[in-house]
Write a protein that binds this ligand. Structure first.
Ligand code: SAM
Length: 161
């Protein structure tokens, strides 16, 4: 099921999300609802991370695959055409979201269960209800401000076990 329509995170906001999450080589960045793939491609190209995008729309999945090929990133970027609720994300050290508060709420138990302590979750514009962000930043755009919420598993979330 498509839970959220396709709207892109502006490039400068995406870059700031990855900076605030402290993305570096060795990280594995998952974008849940990858859209046109800009976040995962940036994570690989500019931050040297491995990245995985999960995108439910076939046309967008195919668009990302074409971009990954053109950029020669096949060894570092994986794209899955599927529903993020059905795909294990335990490998992620960083998860990026641009969804809705209601969808973040539904994803919360899955993220708490699957992600390791210390993993960061970065959400554009929509909070994860009940989690305490370790950082919130506003980024200016022409028309509006974008909010970035950074969470850390084990710090923002209930302790496991
Ligand atoms: C608001 S866009 C964000 C795109 C990208 N993450 C960005 O920030 O530029 C949300 C994306 O999530 C996808 N999506 C919605 N529900 C989904 C689901 N259940 N599983 C996977 N992708 C989904 C939509 O097709 C859309 O491309």
């Amino acid at each position: 099921m498509v839970d959220v329509p396709f709207v892109s995170t502006p490039e400068h906001v995406a870059r700031r999300m990855l900076q605030l999450a402290g993305v570096k080589p060795g990280d594995v960045v998952y974008d849940l609802g990858a859209g046109d793939g800009r976040i995962i491609i940036m994570a690989a190209k500019e931050f040297g991370a491995k990245a995985v995008g999960i995108e439910i729309r076939k046309d967008l999945y195919e668009q990302i695959m074409r971009r990954v090929k053109v950029d020669g990133l096949e060894d570092r970027v994986k794209v899955i055409n599927g529903d993020f609720f059905a795909i294990d994300v335990s490998e992620a050290s960083v998860v990026t979201l641009y969804l809705l508060t209601s969808v973040n709420e539904k994803l919360k138990p899955k993220l708490e269960k699957e992600l390791k302590e210390g993993a960061r979750v970065v959400s554009h514009d929509f909070e994860v209800p009940g989690w305490k962000p370790v950082l919130v930043e506003s980024v200016k755009d022409y028309w509006c401000d974008h909010k970035i919420y950074v969470y850390e598993i084990g710090v923002s979330t209930p302790k496991k076990g």
